[in-house]
Design a protein around this ligand. Structure first.
Ligand SMILES: NC(=O)c1ccc[n+]([C@@H]2O[C@H](COP(=O)([O-])OP(=O)(O)OC[C@H]3O[C@@H](n4cnc5c(N)ncnc54)[C@H](OP(=O)(O)O)[C@@H]3O)[C@@H](O)[C@H]2O)c1
Length: 314
């Protein structure tokens, strides 16, 4: 198995660019790729401070930093020079912020995805993997709509690539425990006050750890043929369990579900075509019509101990 994976993608020959590389996923991907011996990793993002902190944290000459905005196609073209694999993680991802700033979310998440696709084709990149979310499925908020569009842009980019040897695919997963802006971070930052804001204790969410996300992204890159949306099979937890684990004894300020928040999340809608390939599903046009939704209400439910051990996973 290992030999086959190395045959498909020899990471020691890849030049990898991560848009949004200073984010939670980008940092974890970088750590793993450096361990795997990737000779050059380019971090593409806007904020110089996050880049310089990351530079200090890794202190590795294989890591390069490129200030740029995915809204700027010319800048992407410049950054893509010599790159073989692009992981497109840059996004505005706060549901509420996207609701109130729709043009910003569209410019970054949709126009940005179009720019990445166009620049990647022009630059002769081999593989481009977009990072999507369960909120893109049956979207009820603007963030989800923009990520649904990103998925369609990447899936269809395979057909407008012409003769270029390039493959586009996406991964789609739920909440990453402990990532920036996650419910875990929110509960941890509020608990010292003795009061935490809880939307609806019965709401369920899919959860994966950051390392599971990293492994899923990289193994999907190894498997991609072009046009797939790779979906893991994560467990779910209800908000009550997460709140009890992280902030036991705190008073709950019950706010109810906010605008654009679902009671349960869905990773695959019943109308999507998909195949079951063991540890993951692949949503693709050639997949089977199953009429079965993959919802967090029906997924394997995490116990308090499970949530705790996932949070403590390093
Ligand atoms: N975290 C989750 O639970 C989760 C779940 C499912 C999917 N996802 C998806 O996974 C991806 C990575 O998430 P994350 O948790 O790592 O996010 P994050 O920590 O918020 O990082 C976002 C990154 O994007 C960069 N960025 C934002 N706007 C940009 C722009 N216009 N041009 C270039 N870079 C830009 C940010 O840096 P600057 O601000 O410096 O530009 C930062 O490096 C996102 O696409 C998100 O939608 C996340």
């Amino acid at each position: 198995m290992v030999e086959e994976r190395l045959f498909i993608v020899n990471w020691q020959e890849q030049q990898v660019l991560i848009t949004g590389g200073t984010g939670s996923l980008g940092n974890a991907l970088t750590a793993k790729l450096l361990r795997w011996g990737v000779p050059r990793i380019v971090i593409f993002s806007r904020d110089e401070l996050k880049q310089s902190e990351m530079f200090d944290r890794f202190s590795d000459s294989r890591l390069r930093f490129f200030l740029g905005d995915v809204r700027d196609r010319v800048r992407l073209m410049r950054a893509f020079y010599g790159i073989t694999t692009v992981i497109h993680a840059a996004a505005l991802k706060r549901v509420e912020a996207a609701e109130y700033n729709p043009s910003e979310a569209v410019c970054t998440n949709v126009i940005g995805a179009l720019n990445v696709a166009d620049a990647a084709i022009d630059a002769g990149i081999e593989r481009v993997m977009g990072v999507s979310t369960d909120k893109a499925v049956n979207p009820i908020n603007l963030y989800g709509c923009t990520k649904a569009l990103m998925e369609r842009i990447f899936v269809h980019a395979n057909s407008y690539a012409g003769k270029a040897v390039i493959r586009f695919a996406c991964v789609r997963y739920g909440n990453v425990l402990g990532s920036r802006g996650s419910v875990v971070k929110a509960f941890l930052s509020q608990r010292h006050t003795g009061k935490i804001r809880v939307t609806d204790p019965s709401a369920t969410r899919f959860f994966i750890t950051i390392w599971q996300a990293v492994n899923f992204v990289l193994s999907s890159i190894e498997q991609m043929k072009g046009g797939e949306v790779f979906v893991p099979k994560p467990p779910s937890a209800d908000v009550r369990t997460v709140a009890e684990v992280l902030a036991s004894g705190c008073v709950w300020d019950l706010s109810g579900l906010g605008r654009g928040e679902k009671l349960d999340e869905v990773l695959i809608s019943k109308d999507e075509r998909y195949d079951d390939v063991g540890d993951r599903y692949i949503v693709c046009d050639s997949g089977k019509i199953r009429n079965i939704e993959f919802s967090s209400a029906r997924a394997r439910r995490l116990s308090a101990e499970d949530v705790l051990s996932m949070i403590n996973e390093k």
